[in-house]
Design a protein around this ligand. Structure first.
Ligand SMILES: C[S@@+](CC[C@H](N)C(=O)[O-])C[C@H]1O[C@@H](n2cnc3c(N)ncnc32)[C@H](O)[C@@H]1O
Ligand SMILES: *[C@@H]1O[C@H](CO)[C@@H](O)[C@H](O)[C@H]1NC(C)=O
Ligand SMILES: *[C@@H]1O[C@H](CO)[C@@H](O)[C@H](O)[C@H]1NC(C)=O
Ligand SMILES: *[C@@H]1O[C@H](CO)[C@@H](O)[C@H](O)[C@H]1NC(C)=O
Length: 440
């Protein structure tokens, strides 16, 4: 067989298409095939696995139409990008094929028709959009919503890009272009529907819980699932979680399912509504679950403070091994909220009663410098007494080329809570009213 089959299995003549015309993707190509007996096809196919013609919605093994009368043969389609001639199959594989009576005699070619259905979205974008454009960068899926970050010069291609994604990604019903307009407080952003339904209420699964929310009104980032899981692994049943900036509950809901006592707070009324909805949907034990719609500062200075005071007074009980965790995921400003812990309790008669293990997990963004060091310093700069406290810093994720998201974990000591300063012999005597002015 000498015919040159070499052909790339991509659409042709579609570059610059702005309105999706599926007919234009029709294309006839000649592909190599093996005609083999039906009884042996299950032995033969595995030998051909490196050469099979793999396309969307296409079966590489089909019955052979118009074959010799009475014979029951199958047709194995091979990839013309890999195979032109019988000899392109490796010597070893040809030997294996021979054991099943497959030789050059069985090798042939056939014309097939490729359609829009046979191409994946990335192949379509590569052949339609201006060359060297990576449109799928910054592409994420949240429930049924696909979220793009399209650059300006793709403006004309918006309807096509949206429709192709709707066609190709079965779980996608809505395609949006994310806009720069981010709500700085609630961390949500406005979005423009470029294809599909204008429905922003999504359902996503994370850490074995289902979360439902209106993605246009609350914060959700699918890239934080792993970090949520890491924190959840620190929590033991019976532990207590204060989540100061809880969103729709990715720490709080799984923690409560894990039998932790949870105090979850978010300033955004929509987050609060969906948080409570998610608690119900996931059937959390409501006796373990408390939710608040407060500013983080007020949450710390009332809900958290009251709980710790009650613990000191013996009005709340804790097992001896219990850890109290505080999560603060508002990376742009969470470290600023640490100052509310300084001298939070001023009743000095409770100092001796305070012997709890409280861990703070606070997040921050670092741009430039050694991110570990910068993160540690920005935490230390906001707490009164850093003497002897152990701070550990963890790299969560890379946000953009120069921006890192870090987590700083440290123990909330008695000195911080009561506004005391460790007295070192060589220090000045500490000011008695230290940090009391920080109190509201
Ligand atoms: C980055 S999101 C984190 C949400 C969630 N913890 C997560 O990991 O997905 C920060 C959240 O803090 C809330 N927030 C912003 N400012 C706040 C404040 N001053 N007090 C309480 N919550 C605030 C926002 O509404 C948003 O839901
Ligand atoms: C998508 O949104 C961004 C941010 O608002 C905007 O700059 C860009 O022009 C939009 N892209 C298209 C193709 O409309
Ligand atoms: C963010 O969500 C709030 C409601 O939670 C909404 O009023 C606001 O318009 C949204 N902001 C943006 C930029 O979409
Ligand atoms: C606390 O931990 C210690 C050591 O792991 C264990 O021996 C003890 O039984 C635990 N106490 C409770 C109340 O779980």
């Amino acid at each position: 067989m000498t015919t040159k089959l070499s052909v790339a299995l991509i659409p042709v003549g579609v570059r610059g298409m702005k309105v999706l015309d599926r007919q234009k993707f029709l294309r006839n190509v000649i592909v190599p095939i093996l005609k083999v007996s039906e009884e042996k096809v299950s032995n033969i196919t595995p030998i051909c696995k490196n050469y099979l013609l793999k396309l969307e919605n296409f079966k590489p093994v089909q019955s052979l139409h118009g074959d010799i009368e009475g014979s029951n043969r199958k047709c194995i389609h091979l990839n013309p990008e890999k195979i032109n001639r019988w000899k392109d199959i490796t010597e070893e594989d040809r030997q294996s094929l021979k054991k099943y009576d497959v030789t050059e005699e069985n090798f042939d070619s056939k014309e097939i028709q490729l359609t829009y259905e046979n191409f994946k979205y990335d192949v379509i974008f590569k052949t339609v959009l201006p060359e060297n454009e990576d449109i799928v960068s910054g592409f994420s899926q949240i429930g049924h919503i696909i979220h793009l970050n399209l650059r300006d010069h793709l403006l004309d291609y918006k309807p096509l890009i949206g429709q192709v994604l709707l066609d190709k990604i079965k779980t996608c019903r809505t395609v949006v272009n994310k806009s720069n307009i981010i709500d700085n407080t609630y961390r949500n952003f406005s979005m423009e529907v470029i294809a599909g339904e204008e429905d922003f209420v999504v359902t996503v699964k994370e850490n074995r819980c289902n979360f439902q929310f209106d993605f246009s009104k609350v914060y959700w980032n699918p890239r934080l699932g792993k970090e949520h899981e890491r924190i959840l692994q620190f929590l033991k049943p019976g532990d207590v979680l204060f989540d100061v900036f809880c969103g729709v509950g990715p720490f709080a809901i799984p923690a409560a399912k894990h039998k932790c006592k949870v105090f979850a707070n978010d300033l955004n009324p929509d987050s609060f509504t969906w948080l409570n909805h998610n608690a119900k949907q996931n059937k959390v034990d409501m006796s373990l679950f408390n939710s608040y719609n407060l500013d983080g500062k007020d949450f710390i200075c009332t809900v958290f403070k009251d709980y710790i005071v009650k613990l000191c007074q013996g009005k709340e009980e804790l097992n001896e091994n219990t850890t109290i965790h505080i999560t603060m995921n508002l990376p742009a400003m969470a470290v600023e909220f640490l100052k509310y812990f300084n001298g939070l309790i001023n009743d000095q008669s409770l100092v001796d009663k305070y012997n709890f293990k409280i861990l703070v997990h606070v997040y921050c963004f670092v741009v430039g410098g050694d991110p570990y060091n910068v993160a540690e310093q920005s935490v230390k700069g906001n707490i009164v007494d850093t003497y002897g406290i152990h701070i550990s810093v963890f790299h969560v994720r890379n946000v953009s080329p120069k921006k890192e998201m870090m987590r700083v974990t440290f123990k909330l000591t008695r000195n911080i809570i009561f506004g005391l300063k460790t007295e070192l012999e060589f220090d000045e005597p500490p000011s008695k009213k230290l940090c009391v002015e920080e109190k509201m």
